[in-house]
Design a protein around this ligand. Structure first.
Ligand code: GTP
Ligand code: NA
Ligand code: MG
Length: 445
């Protein structure tokens, strides 16, 4: 991981795509376990992090790398759920990612959450490759497993290869419709302008060397500045917050810079503003022979780590975690700044509430795409104060609160009814936006 004295951390790779297109299975094939089968109902409900070191990548892609050495020390994969209800988690994963893998079932093509994922990638300008999955289901497939795509191709009949190509070109044209030029990875001449499509089968472990090689290449091409290893500061993002009886609060985090140690003082953003607490313990997920959660004393970026804190803080998912070294006020200022979303507000428009910053940004982005102005965007449940705030507005088209994945408190519900304020509530972005459009169109009449 060293070249001319510069060291790099692992790039964070987000795995995105439509439900059941095979994200977890592909990730599973990469790490050689069987997570997908163990998940409740086969549906990923949370974000998990998986660390693959450079040695493993080099070993897997040896034949394809032809002796080339990786500059990155590995890749940290973040699995995300594809189910419609979890757009907030896709957005959070997308915000963290240095690069991404968009998994598309080659037999289904682009589906609604594929398009949603593409929009997240566009929004954060995240470079990505496409894993065209389930190539083993294409008719006339000659069974092979644990091989690269290139090796797999050699074993296939002409008719299969033609059908595979036909489907790849369908994908290429669908991606073109989303604004991306793409091509089967081994035919690309200009990698700076073309999205690589790697045909794979997660189930039969086909194409994993190709996928890893392309990811490592993508990482090295785009990220040299972003992923320089730094040890002067320790930073991460809180992905999920859980309150547990007895143990206090656990935070599932991704550390993207520096080293986090047990006992470290950390600054977090809570619903009551920035706060400081201590790392009481840390757990990481380990793979290989000793699978499961393991307690650790320290972790180095990039890493997924569960952090235990004893204070009962109401931490906001999607906000920063910074180790306090030096001026606490400056860190608080920074936390507030980093937590503040990049949502262009206008003087007039709708009011948005969402459960986390990532989802707030995602909803606001989609509203913006539809030309709908936003006057206020905040995290948290819909309170009576929100209603009173909106009730004072003159324009009837502004008397609406869009509530994404949050509750409406009972007294807010009552105040809304009394003050003729409409609450449009939901946890599926696209449906929510459609409802808002419908409501606005109705009001206009
Ligand atoms: P969510 O996390 O729920 O969005 O799904 P996912 O994208 O992680 O998909 P998952 O890995 O759970 O796979 C969904 C189904 O597709 C499972 O039954 C897998 O066994 C199957 N599957 C995944 N990859 C392949 C593949 O390459 N070939 C075949 N035949 N089946 C696959
Ligand atoms: Na699934
Ligand atoms: Mg999954």
């Amino acid at each position: 991981s060293t070249e001319q004295g510069v060291r790099y951390r692992q790039p964070i790779v987000c795995v995105l795509g439509h439900v059941d297109h095979g994200k977890t299975t592909v990730l599973d094939a990469i790490r050689g376990t069987s997570v997908a089968q163990k998940e409740a109902g086969g549906i990923t409900q949370r974000i998990g992090a998986t660390d693959i070191d450079a040695e493993t990548i080099e070993r897997s892609a040896r034949a394809l790398l032809k002796g080339a050495k990786l500059k990155v020390p590995g890749l940290l994969f973040i699995d995300t759920p594809g189910h419609v209800a979890f757009s907030n988690m896709r957005a959070r994963g997308g915000a963290l990612a240095d690069i991404a893998v968009l998994v598309i079932d080659i037999n289904e093509g682009l589906m609604p959450q594929t398009v949603e994922s593409i929009n997240i990638l566009k929004k954060f300008r995240t470079p990505f490759i496409v894993a065209a999955n389930k190539i083993d289901l294409i008719p006339l497939f000659t069974p092979v497993r644990d091989v690269s795509f290139i090796e797999c191709l050699k074993k296939q009949r002409k008719e299969y290869v033609e059908e595979l190509d036909r489907r790849i070109y369908e994908l290429v044209s669908a991606l073109y419709g989303q604004g991306f030029q793409s091509e089967r990875y081994d035919r690309i001449t200009d990698f700076t302008r073309t999205v690589a499509i790697v045909p794979v089968s997660g189930k039969l472990h086909i194409g994993m060397p190709d996928l890893l090689m392309m990811l490592a290449g993508l990482a090295q091409r785009y990220l040299e500045n972003d992923i320089r290893l730094r040890t002067d500061e320790t930073r991460g993002t809180v992905i999920e917050v859980k309150r547990e009886e007895g143990t206090g609060v656990t935070l599932d985090t991704v550390i993207y810079q520096g080293v986090l140690r047990a006992g470290d003082e950390i600054a977090l953003n809570t619903r009551d503003g920035p706060a400081v607490t201590r790392v009481r313990g840390m757990l990481i997920n380990t793979h290989g022979r000793k699978k499961g959660l393991r307690e650790v004393e320290s972790v180095q970026a990039a890493a997924g780590v569960r952090v235990l804190i004893s204070d009962k803080l109401d931490v906001i998912p999607g906000t920063p975690m910074i180790v306090v070294r030096g001026d606490r006020d400056k860190i608080f200022e920074e936390i507030i700044k980093e937590s503040s979303v990049s949502i262009p507000l206008s003087e007039h428009g709708v009011t948005v509430k969402a459960e986390a910053l990532g989802s707030l940004e995602a909803v606001s982005y989609e509203l913006g795409q539809k030309g709908i102005g936003i006057r206020s965007a905040q995290t948290g449940d819909v309170t009576k104060r929100d209603i009173i705030d909106v009730a004072t507005l003159q324009d009837p088209m502004e008397k609406v609160i869009i509530a994404f994945n949050v509750s409406v408190l009972p007294e807010a519900q009552q105040a809304a009814a009394e003050n003729d304020v409409t609450i449009i509530q939901g946890n599926i972005i696209y449906r929510l936006i459609e409802e808002v459009e419908g409501w606005l169109a109705e009001k206009k009449k």
